[in-house]
Design a protein around this ligand. Structure first.
Ligand code: NAP
Length: 319
């Protein structure tokens, strides 16, 4: 069976869940990967093509016979270029290929967080190119907390700069579930959806849920944003990443986005996963202190007050 869906970012947090969801539905899908050996494929129905979003000439073959594209690249200063290459390659096909793009909460030209502005640039580029598209704008992923798995396991602590802001974090698997529905059934062109979890919770409340699930006390340690930025840089995160995480923390702490959205249930027919379910499914990682590679985007991180960080935290791995 030939696939009509192309997935980018298929080895990452959302993309892995998306491929699993499509495989569970026995749907053929093509995935573009940089390195075939890193692709863990959940089904023989997944066709792998090697390519790179940084080179538009490598995208032509990947788009052959494709009607819908899941567009995701890592949060990075070059994301506008990477994603713009996909838009350009789609334009070159001369066909109305539907993009389902993972954007970010609050994406807009005036957003206080650079990442949200970069997503807005791509959204605008897609509109200008008249490529049919749906923009998914998720809140912070629950999976970001896996970036703190190490200190949760070793010290019963995790750190951040969100104060007591209560926020509707989303399980990245629900972002994937929404994307899957749109990629499979089509429709939703021209629409943007804010995606959230089912409940707004503060980090202190997350700590209580973790404590109950792990059977020992877990505490959230709040830092002033400037101290948080200093800590991230001191531990080896790149400046642009520390800038983004700190700007995000400031914005979220101001209570910019506490509203729970109904888009997940409306599109998938089932409610988004609660935080307790996320913890239950990742309990082993929080006990063992192992972080997944998805933790690059964590807005929480490890060991702020250790004068010499033992090693670069997963929160800024890869940047
Ligand atoms: N984390 C959050 O709280 C949050 C909230 C809202 C929105 N978002 C958005 O979600 C997106 C990140 O999603 P994620 O966490 O699922 O990403 P991720 O885990 O960082 O995965 C990134 C994926 O992109 C692939 N990739 C990297 N560079 C590539 C290139 N040059 N060409 C082709 N593929 C490339 C990676 O493949 P390799 O295996 O080759 O590295 C990987 O599959 C970002 O746009 C971010 O702004 C995140």
């Amino acid at each position: 069976m030939s696939s009509s869906i192309l997935v980018t970012g298929g080895t990452g947090t959302v993309g892995t869940a998306l491929l699993r969801t499509l495989a569970d539905r026995h749907l053929p899908v093509r995935v573009l990967v940089r390195d075939r050996s890193r692709a863990a494929l959940p089904s023989p129905l997944v066709e792998v093509v090697e390519g790179n979003l940084s080179d538009v000439s490598l995208l032509h073959d990947a788009l052959t016979g494709i009607d819908r594209v899941f567009l995701l690249s890592p949060a990075a200063p070059n994301q506008v270029v990477l994603q713009g290459n996909v838009v350009e390659a789609i334009q070159r096909t001369g066909r109305p290929i539907h993009i389902v793009k993972v954007s970010a909460l609050g994406a807009g030209p005036e957003a206080p967080v650079p990442l949200a502005r970069w997503h807005a640039v791509t959204e605008s580029q897609i509109r200008t190119a008249a490529v049919p598209a749906t923009f998914l704008r998720p809140h912070g992923f629950m999976q970001n907390l896996l970036g703190s798995a190490e200190t949760i396991a070793s010290d019963g602590l995790f750190f951040g700069a969100l104060g007591d802001a209560a926020l509707p974090f989303i399980d990245a698997r629900d972002v994937a579930a929404v994307a899957a529905e749109i990629l499979i059934d089509g429709g939703h062109e021209g629409r943007s959806y804010t995606l959230t979890g089912p409940q707004s919770l503060s980090y202190t409340q997350l700590a209580k849920t973790l404590s109950a699930a792990l059977g020992r006390p877990i505490h959230y340690v709040d830092l002033p944003p400037d101290r948080y930025h200093e800590m991230l840089v001191g531990m080896g995160c790149s400046t642009w990443w520390a800038d983004n995480l700190t700007a995000l923390a400031r914005w979220l702490q101001q209570g910019a986005t506490t509203t729970v959205s109904s888009s997940v249930i409306e599109i998938t027919g089932r409610p988004s996963r609660p935080f307790a379910r996320f913890v239950q499914d990742h309990r082993a990682a929080f006990i063992a202190g192992t972080a997944s590679r998805s933790c690059r985007q964590a807005e929480t991180t490890s060991r702020p007050d250790r004068s010499t960080p033992r090693r670069r935290p997963s929160a800024c791995r890869g940047h």
